[in-house]
Write a new protein. Structure first.
Length: 145
């Protein structure tokens, strides 16, 4: 069995619902186990009424053409502050400077600071403390000033 065969096998298994797989060909034994992410469920497809305001609704800043989205450069867990119960790095309406820390994304037990690439005002925050974020997922909307 060659390495390309192993990669093809992995790709084929990724297309299925299989969570564990084991195969032995001669002296080569392969065991694959997929971690199931229970945080993403089909419940997200249903709508519900809530009295809680979303972070987006709290923004009362008028629309501008100078807005840009800051996206997650990696997947991981979103942290709005440097430690639990601390003030968040930024809030809606804050003026931020180029290079300012906006949040931390925890990925593979590493804390990665996400910094602003321009000066502006935070107009929307798309995620909350502890949310799982995907690569290229919108985190913040800023209006350049």
């Amino acid at each position: 069995m060659e390495i390309k065969d192993i990669f093809q096998l992995i790709k084929a298994i990724e297309q299925t619902q299989i969570t564990e797989f084991s195969i032995q060909i001669g002296e080569v034994k392969i065991y694959l186990k997929r971690k199931i992410d229970y945080t993403k469920s089909k419940i997200e497809d249903f709508s519900f009424q809530s009295d809680e305001k979303s972070v987006e609704e709290e923004s009362t800043i008028p629309f501008s053409k100078n807005k840009k989205i800051i996206r997650a450069p990696m997947l991981g867990i979103f942290h709005a502050s440097s430690f639990p119960y601390a003030e968040p790095f930024v809030k809606v309406g804050d003026i931020i400077e180029k290079g300012q820390v906006l949040c931390i994304i925890e990925s593979m037990k590493m804390m990665n600071e996400i910094r602003s690439d321009s000066r502006g005002r935070i107009t929307k925050i798309f995620v909350r403390e502890g949310d799982s974020v995907e690569f290229d997922q919108p985190l913040f909307e800023i209006e350049e000033v």
